[in-house]
Write a new protein. Structure first.
Length: 140
């Protein structure tokens, strides 16, 4: 193995660690809102919690997430409306001033694969029904 290959492996390992850390950083805000009156005690909150778990599970398997996106006919692109970064709670890495993610290059798969199914757009529309989403699905 050349020194360049060793360096690349080290960088990938660090990136994996950073991505994992970014997921763990979201755990306290998620738990706080999940067990509040806006979480499991409201119909909207329960829907968003189920969506978070579904997307989280599917994002563990990016090939499955991409297959579902293809199956449902995902088209479009992100319009930086921030709604997907504020489903149930605001992601600590979303910067309202710049309308950008502060860890974009190392963002977790749950962010990289959003939206996976049409339900993700429905969840997004629960939070911000008046902001159009740049993504659409051909199949419902």
């Amino acid at each position: 193995m050349s020194s360049n290959e060793g360096l690349v492996k080290s960088l990938l390992k660090v990136r994996w660690i950073r991505r994992t850390w970014h997921v763990w950083e979201r755990t306290p805000p998620f738990l706080k809102i999940a067990f509040s009156k806006d979480g499991i005690l409201s119909a909207k909150g329960r829907t968003l919690i189920r969506g978070k778990f579904r997307r989280g599970f599917l994002s563990i398997f990016p090939s499955v997430a991409h297959a579902l996106q293809k199956h449902y006919g995902l088209t479009g692109e992100c319009q930086h409306c921030s709604t997907s970064c504020k489903l149930l709670f605001q992601c600590p890495h979303w910067d309202d001033v710049t309308s950008r993610c502060s860890v974009y290059e190392d963002r977790p798969n749950i962010c990289r694969t959003f939206p996976i199914t049409p339900q993700d757009i429905k969840d997004r529309d629960l939070v911000s029904p008046n902001k159009p989403c740049g993504f659409t699905f051909k199949k419902p």
